[in-house]
Structure formats: C-alpha cells, structure tokens
Design a protein around this ligand. Structure first.
Ligand code: ZN
Length: 499
C-alpha cells in the first residue's frame, strides 16, 4: 500500500514523497499491519531450539506491539537467534539499530568471553532495561536505582501540582490528594506489580508515600506515619500493590484459554501450587503468595481447576474489602504504639478522607484553621503533653502555674488561666448554639477526653449541612490556640524556664 507524506518545518512544507516502508504513526490499522509483517520472525525465533520454555509453551520471543524481546539460555543461542532476526531484516529491507538493543544477563554470566552481536556490532550488556515500559533489572543495585528514579519522578510531579492555586486560596488537601492518586501514584507504581520488591525498595516507597501525605496536609515531617495516611483515606504502598497484584492475576485467569497469557499463567501457577519443595520465585509466585497472605488462595485454585469464581467486578470488590480490613487492623495496632495519638485513636475510627479536608474543600477560607485543627488531632500541637518530654520544661501547663499536665482536653476545656476562661465560655456558647439539640445533650454527658475526641473528629461524620457547626468548632480551637500563643509570648522567658 503506497501512502504519501510531506515534512513541515515551521510554515514551510516539503514536496510530497511516497513512503516505501513503514506504517502510519497512530493509525488504527498500523498495529495489525505491523503484526502481519513481524509474525513470521516471531514464529521462526520460537521454533529455533535453545530458547526459554514455560511448561511446554515456547516463550523465546515475547512480543508486544513493536517491543520484541528474545530470551535464550546461552549467549551462543542468543547470537544464533539474533542472526536469524538480522537475516529477516535483510530480506524485508530493514535494519536493527545496535545501540537501541540491549542485553540483560540474569544470573551468572557463564561465558564472559562471548559477545552478543547483531551483524558486526556488539550489543551492550546493561543491568536495567525497559521492556513494555517496565524496568527489568538484573542486580539489586539497579533495582534500587530504578525505584529511586520512580520516587523522584512522583515527587517532582507532586511539587508541580502543589504550586497550583493562588497565594491566598491554596488547593485543598482533598483536591491535591485526588491529583496525587491519579497522577503520581500510577507513575510511581507502574510495573512494580510484576516485580518482586525486596527490602529496602518497598521501605523507600513507603517513606516517600508518607512524606507525600504530610506535604499535602501541611503536617511537619516528624508527624507519626499511621496518622498521616489514614486522614487522607490512603492505604500503604504494600496494600495498594497487593490489590493491584490480585486484580491483575484474576483478570489473566478470566481470559479465554486461547490467549497465551492465560496458558503461561496457569502453567506457572500449577507448578507453584503442586511443587511444594522447590524454590520458587517470579511474578506469578508473588501473586500467589499475595493471595495466600489474604486467605484467597482457594479462589485461585478453583478458578484454575473448575473455572468457577466471582466475576471480575465482584473479585475487585472482594480484594479491596479484604485488603482494607487487614490494613485497618494493622493501622489500629500501630496507632496504639504512639502515645501522642491518644486523642486521634478515639477520634479517627476508619481509614477515610477526614471531615476537615472535606470542610476545607467546601469552604476554602477555612483551610488554614482546618490545618491547625488536624495538627492538634495528630498530636503535633506543641502542647506540653507532647513537647515537654523533649524541651525539658516538663509536661505541665505553664499558664496554670504548672499544676496540670497540658493535654489536649486541658487546653480545650480546663485551662483555668483568667485570660483564657472568658473567651472560652463565649466561644463554647456560640458552638453550642449551632449544635443539633440531641448532639448538645450527648456532648454534655461525655467525659472531657471523649468530648475533645468528638469535636476534633468533626462529630465523627461529614454532613454538608453542618458546615456552620464545623466552622464554629474550627473557630473555637483556632481562637484558643491563638490566645495560648499570645499569652505564652507575653510571659517572661524566665517564667517558662523555672516551671
Ligand atoms: Zn492550663
């Protein structure tokens, strides 16, 4: 099929010329034409001996679109196959670019004196190469570097999004969170679902994830990790990868039998399930281990042997719920280990977007106050109960002459300092006035600690009609905090040091 092209540079156009070879970029039919021309070579490479096999399926030349790989057990066989590819090119008038091809050696190089060549040019041996966009690494070092690059890319992207919005009205954490989950996370995790992640790669990803959560919420870097993820409704990287892994596995198992991916997957899975004594590794083994981790392995066996099981959508829901339940339990356990999270533990009962970020989205002017309140909630408030341990000043409240520990409930309801008392009563009355009567009665019956947790949790639920109530809670906390800061500043430095 002849088609014609012309080149444009700026406003200038060249003459039309007939293209002798190649397909249109991006045309729907191009892919099929390309596959037609390439098929002969792929079949030929597979038929040649010495390549890789899974069960009795020849997997020498896995190809996807224009990404072709050749897998061989020895360099000599690889050279033979490359020569066949070169001859195919000569027959059909195309050439391989030696510098665009790379070799990766997995395991020890048994013949270091042999070069891998195509024609007369030697192909470079690398430790990392991309196949279908996924980095294939042969050493631990290369794997770590590739993970670090991914983290950096996601970080740069996040910084770019945080610049959106004006100086006075910033984007709410809720919006930043949506952008992060839609753009940065896929960028960071792309391809990792089929790569076995070893320590410290997974740790590095988790650290980057925590840091991102803190940046989005404007929390200090030393905020406790379990608190910062839960307030945005985020799962850990490990949990997210587990979900993706299980969903991918199921979608492969739901393919028709005629598709080679399913054939390969089933062959590998059966081997992993049956052979209990061998040493196992590989992406499908990782997936199987993940299924075992969540007690879902019977679904996998049933799907393979009987072809039964939930639909893809049902499976997705099942996996998400199972992983989330486990993550929630783990999160609750870790939260208990942080003493500064004692109010947080009572206030935040589930991993979901917290009320305050929703408020900040509905009323952007309240963003600043929401950030302050969340800091109080996660224990980064600078009150004596938390900072006293480090500053050597003790945990006592300076404003009450050091008789009481300055806990959150002390600060919110008890601090008996004159200058705090009057405004507090006024603010509390204002707050009570906007509470629904039943809630007001309940709140009055609560202990002070429960009351603090209730208020800081945003009354435990997001109800759009309550924006006024949320605003009053924010005002209450914000105003008291301001007062406390002013009073502390007014104290002589000597007064603080002697208490
Ligand atoms: Zn006090």
């Amino acid at each position: 099929m002849d088609f014609q092209c012309r080149v444009r540079i700026g406003d200038e156009l060249s003459e039309w010329f007939t293209v002798q070879q190649g397909v249109h970029q991006g045309a729907p039919f191009s892919m099929h034409l390309y596959m037609l021309s390439n098929n002969e070579l792929v079949v030929e490479l597979n038929e040649l001996g010495g390549g890789a096999c899974i069960a009795d399926i020849k997997t020498t030349a896995p190809a996807f679109a224009d990404d072709l790989a050749i897998i061989a057990l020895f360099k000599a066989t690889l050279n033979m196959k490359l020569d066949r590819a070169r001859r195919h090119g000569r027959k059909w008038r195309y050439e391989y670019h030696p510098r665009k091809n790379k070799v990766t050696i997995h395991g020890d190089d048994s013949s270091p004196d042999i070069d891998v060549v195509i024609g007369d040019s030697v192909i470079e041996v690398v430790q990392q190469h991309n196949h279908v966009g996924v980095a294939i690494c042969t050493t631990r070092k290369a794997e770590e570097t590739s993970i670090e690059n991914k983290i950096q890319a996601a970080y740069r992207m996040q910084l770019a999004t945080q610049g959106i919005g004006s100086g006075t009205i910033r984007l709410s954490p809720d919006t930043l969170c949506s952008i992060y989950c839609a753009v940065s996370i896929p960028k960071m995790l792309y391809g990792l679902v089929i790569r076995p992640l070893r320590w410290p790669s997974l740790d590095k990803l988790e650290v980057a994830h925590w840091a991102a959560a803190k940046r989005i919420q404007g929390l200090p870097p030393h905020t406790s990790n379990p608190a910062c993820l839960a307030l945005l409704g985020w799962l850990s990287i490990e949990a997210q990868l587990d979900i993706q892994r299980l969903i991918l596995l199921w979608s492969i198992l739901c393919l028709p039998w005629s598709i080679i991916y399913k054939e390969v997957a089933v062959a590998r899975l059966l081997y992993h399930i049956m052979d209990t004594r061998g040493r196992h590794s590989g992406p499908l083994y990782e997936m199987l281990c993940t299924a075992r981790k969540y007690g879902l392995q019977d679904y996998i066996s049933n799907r393979i042997t009987e072809g039964t099981g939930p639909s893809q959508n049902q499976w997705k829901q099942l996996v998400k719920n199972t992983v989330r339940d486990r993550e929630t339990t783990r999160w609750q356990m870790t939260t208990m280990m942080y003493s500064k999270l004692y109010i947080f533990m009572d206030a935040v009962l589930d991993i979901e977007m917290c009320v305050w970020w929703r408020v900040a989205r509905a009323a952007p002017v309240l963003l600043h106050q929401c950030k302050l309140l969340v800091r109080v909630l996660v224990g980064e408030h600078g009150l004596g109960s938390n900072t006293g341990r480090f500053s050597g000043q003790g945990k006592q409240c300076v404003l009450c002459d050091g008789h009481y520990t300055e806990t959150v409930e002390h600060f919110l309801f008890l601090c008996s300092c004159e200058a705090m008392h009057q405004p507090r009563v006024a603010l509390w009355t204002e707050l009570e006035d906007v509470m629904p009567p039943a809630m007001r009665a309940d709140v009055m019956k609560m202990t002070l600690r429960a009351r603090a947790a209730f208020l800081l949790s945003g009354c435990h639920s997001w109800v759009p009609e309550w924006v006024n109530l949320y605003a009053k809670i924010l005002k209450y906390v914000h105003r008291l905090y301001q007062l406390r800061t002013e009073l502390l500043e007014a104290l002589e430095p000597d007064d603080i040091s002697c208490t």
